[in-house]
Design a protein. Sequence first.
Length: 134
Amino acid sequence: MPLIGTGDQGWPPGEMLSIILETAVAWIERGLPLRLLKILVYGDNAARDAADTFSAVKRRRAAAVERTAHEPEGASRRPPGVTHDVFLSYAREDTDMASYIVHELSALAPEAQIFFDQTSLNEGSSWLTWISQT
């Protein structure tokens, strides 16, 4: 996934890469059968920045694993800064199905934090702005 494919809106590539890595690791920990995550960077400077970012994420993840080893059963396993377990993306014509999915997920896992624009945003708020700020 080239960083350009992430919708670069002027964010520093290292920050974008950090978010991509944290999210990918979180999904893998939740059982996503991902065997390979390939991220392309162009240029020596970008490659050095990416290597630094990978190292920083690896250190943060190791510290998080160490912390969770001492947490009580049922404690939140979200990466630092992550506020939801599920982000529901859907087409407007599928609103009824999306509502049904949220209802079923909530029934199966009441502790799960689900981002669903119909209930998670204030009226008139932008989901795009919300995503960029979290």
